[in-house]
Design a protein around this ligand. Structure first.
Ligand SMILES: Cc1ncc(C[n+]2csc(CCOP(=O)(O)OP(=O)(O)O)c2C)c(N)n1
Length: 373
């Protein structure tokens, strides 16, 4: 197995300094206008602010759990911008920035983690940008994504040569997910059928408390090659690398070139979830190393070198604060759903055991009112 160097356009200091391996992707950056670059920055800042507000809301008892995305904005925003409207995106549960780029109402993620809804948003609603539901069962959605891509193939919307018609599937998962059999099976099926899949791994270095060095003896991007799925490793904290490499992979997949695998090297700056305490298993020095590679700070330096000034950055900050305030206000007025709805989606058809359990719960709840009377 030959290792190839990591694709990177922006140095840690935010200077445009493409690595040799980035040259192949350089022309993809020509597609970007100044407004696009501003939007990359805007989305990264807004989602980080949203993420912070959601964490605060969890701490104030508005949600049982929050899953932070702080640090992974570069990988997510770049790759999501690379997708075309007709592409389908399958997230795991940390892809808040991808959801934002695809246009979902971010309150839906809060509602999901607050237990107000079972899915959060409807992926078949055209306003949700083909952004599929969050999936907490690690790696399982890689098979859903592969099945969906097989469906696109059979619908004849792959390799027609018409860029408005051809579609691909972009599937996100973490380093821990690559240890699941489901991901290996997804590689087998996508390689066998040459499906239009792009698998996007955010290697944030930890699967809760298990470091990537324990999870794999080889760099993770080499995994898929044994299945016949070509792969690239990128600097996941470089939004430009994430955009360009994903754009090419999606173009190839839509054109009938078969599946592709991208490993984005990034870092989960905070805790795995608000229930986790990384100080129990992580060294501060490691975190500091990654904080210096912050995707937002780096991209801001780059934009400033292009001539972007304070007015733009101040405007984005205000926008992000307003966004967070809106999410907070709308969260605080959410009402709990009727308790029985938890039984409604276990089976697609009515099921006698569910009906019985629902009735039991209703009687149980009513018994408190009887006691009070
Ligand atoms: C099938 C399955 N096994 C175990 C878990 C418990 N679990 C939740 S998150 C997680 C770690 C996942 O790590 P990774 O795939 O790297 O994603 P990250 O959370 O770091 O983004 C585990 C083991 C689960 N949700 N599903």
């Amino acid at each position: 197995m030959t290792e190839t160097p990591t694709v990177q356009f922006l140095s840690v200091e935010g200077e445009f300094a493409p690595t040799e391996s980035a040259e192949e992707y350089r022309s993809y950056l020509d597609r970007l206008s100044e407004t696009d670059l501003q939007d990359f920055y805007r989305k990264m800042v807004v989602v980080r602010r949203f993420d912070g507000e959601a964490t605060n809301l969890q701490r104030q008892g508005q949600m049982a759990l929050w899953v932070p995305s702080h640090g992974q904005e570069g990988a997510q925003v770049g790759s999501a911008f690379a997708a075309r409207p007709q592409d389908h995106l399958f997230p795991s549960y940390r892809e808040h920035a991808v959801g934002l780029v695809r246009g979902i109402d971010m309150l839906a993620i809060v509602e999901l983690l607050r237990g107000n809804t079972h899915g959060g948003w409807d992926p078949t609603d055209p306003t949700n940008g083909n952004f599929h539901g969050y999936c907490l069962v690690i790696g399982s959605h890689s098979l859903h994504a592969t099945g969906y891509a097989m469906g696109l193939q059979r619908d004849g919307v792959v390799g027609t040569g018409d860029p408005e018609v051809d579609a691909a599937v972009l599937c996100y998962f973490g380093d821990g997910a690559t240890s699941q059999g489901d991901v290996s099976e997804a590689f087998v099926f996508s390689a066998s059928s040459q499906t239009p899949n792009v698998f996007f791994l955010q290697n944030n270095q930890w699967a809760i408390s298990v470091p990537v060095s324990v999870q794999s003896r080889v760099p993770l991007y080499l995994r898929s090659r044994g299945f016949g799925v070509p792969s690239v490793q990128i600097d996941g904290n470089d939004v430009l690398a994430s955009y360009a490499v994903t754009a090419k992979a999606l173009d190839d997949a839509r054109g009938g070139g078969g599946p592709q695998f991208i490993e984005a090297l990034t870092y989960r700056i905070g805790a795995h979830t608000t229930s986790d305490d990384p100080t129990k298993y992580r060294e501060n020095a490691e975190q500091e190393f990654w904080v210096k590679r912050d995707p937002i700070v780096r991209f801001e330096k780059y934009l400033r070198s292009l001539g972007e000034g304070d007015a733009f950055f101040d405007g984005v900050k205000t926008e992000a604060d307003d966004f967070a305030a809106d999410i907070r206000a709308r969260t605080l007025v959410l009402e709990a759903p009727p308790i029985g709805t938890m039984f409604d989606h276990v089976y697609s058809e009515p099921h006698p055991v569910m009906t019985e359990q629902k009735l039991w719960l209703e009687r149980y709840e009513a018994s408190f009112q009887e006691e009070q009377a």
